[in-house]
Ligand binder design. Structure first.
Ligand SMILES: NC(=O)c1ccc[n+]([C@@H]2O[C@H](COP(=O)([O-])OP(=O)(O)OC[C@H]3O[C@@H](n4cnc5c(N)ncnc54)[C@H](O)[C@@H]3O)[C@@H](O)[C@H]2O)c1
Length: 331
């Protein structure tokens, strides 16, 4: 196969896993990443790497002038919902304006296929037990708003400029490649599984549980953890679909099973064999009790089937990464 895919944010957590999967499937891959939150160590040897910020329009134009791409996968964004409430302008600039410039440059060069990293945060507070793609779109944080704005731009561009896109709404990305060579290393880290494993490694004194009186089986919040390599499989299936059918679409990507904060901590204790200090605290504002995906559409249309359905299997792979890289990428 000689298809060439540009992956923005390919040195980040999810992008780096998708890059490996694309290479395994025979795609040629180029990465564009400013490394603002990415890691050079995650970039496989031999992959073309453009260390460029999407806000640098001249460099972006040069990259498209000098290379021919068949599709773009767009992971580059700011991701931390809490920070988005304090710095909305930065989130809007990066997640909307930079993405918008990328789209325009692609289209000027005749590249029409686009895979977008969207998020469950576009839904806001759930009104269904299992969230489907037609759930109301009412994000409750600025991060979710920026992703929804961008989804709307994609739809406009589809109608007016024949853009062909697939937006993938991930729930809680988790785990790591079984090799232990790449994994999750965000700064600041706010995701539960890496925080719990940092506590197991003694890098944090304790893990705080926000709320133990929710209407859930054990009183703690329930979330949908989807393994990063299952996300990678879905990206390749979505890309293949775009090459076959040119039909734009939106899919949820979740495990379909919820796990509570307490279940995650218990699993981590079992797998690591370490003591983890747990401190119970008050609920946080804006945290719904349960957020779980209905991913039937991705299964039916893309033929996707997540392989990591148990929380133990997910945490095992995360532990392989964290225990062999206790300082993360350290770059
Ligand atoms: N991690 C999750 O659980 C999750 C859930 C839903 C959606 N998403 C989405 O998936 C995508 C990837 O998330 P992640 O967890 O891998 O994040 P990440 O921060 O690890 O990766 C993002 C990458 O984009 C790069 N980047 C950011 N802005 C850039 C710019 N202007 N120019 C060039 N490079 C830039 C960063 O350096 C980083 O390598 C994001 O779009 C995020 O919104 C993530």
């Amino acid at each position: 196969m000689d298809k060439n895919i540009l992956v923005t944010g390919g040195a980040g957590y999810i992008g780096s896993h998708v890059v490996r999967k694309l290479i395994d499937e025979g795609y040629k891959v180029s990465i564009l990443d400013s490394l603002i939150n990415g890691h050079s160590r995650s970039i496989p040897k031999g992959v073309v790497f453009h260390k460029v910020d999407l806000g640098d329009l001249a460099s972006l134009k040069n990259i498209f002038d000098e290379n021919r791409y068949d599709a773009v996968m767009h992971f580059a964004a700011f991701i931390e919902a809490g920070i988005s409430m304090k710095k909305p302008a930065e989130f809007f600039a990066n997640n909307c304006v930079n993405g918008f410039n990328l789209l325009n440059e692609m289209l000027r060069h005749g590249v029409k296929k686009f895979i977008f990293s969207s998020t469950a945060a576009v839904y806001g507070d759930p009104v269904q037990d299992l969230i489907k793609e037609d759930h109301p779109l009412k994000p409750v944080n600025n991060y979710g708003v920026t992703k929804l704005i961008f989804e709307n731009i994609l739809e406009m561009y589809k109608k007016s400029y024949d853009l062909q896109y697939i937006a993938l709404r991930y729930f809680n990305a988790s785990g790591a490649d079984e090799s232990g060579e790449i994994g999750e290393d965000h700064s600041p880290e706010t995701h539960l599984i890496p925080l719990v494993l940092k506590a197991a490694l003694g890098k944090m004194d304790e893990i705080k549980v926000f709320g133990t009186d929710y209407d859930t089986p054990d009183g703690t919040c329930v979330r949908d953890y989807i393994h990063v390599n299952d996300l990678a499989d879905a990206h390749v299936l979505a890309l293949n679909k775009l090459f076959e059918s040119e039909k734009s679409d939106v899919f949820n990507l979740g495990n379909g099973k919820g796990f509570s904060v307490k279940q995650v901590i218990d699993s981590a204790k079992k797998i690591t064999g370490k003591n983890i200090n747990v401190v119970e605290g008050e609920r946080r504002e804006g945290d719904p009790a349960v957020l779980v995906a209905d991913s039937t559409k991705a299964k039916d249309v893309l033929g996707w089937m997540p392989k990591y359905t148990s929380i133990d299997d997910i945490i095992k792979t995360a532990w392989t990464w964290h225990s062999s890289n206790p300082e993360g990428y350290n770059d």
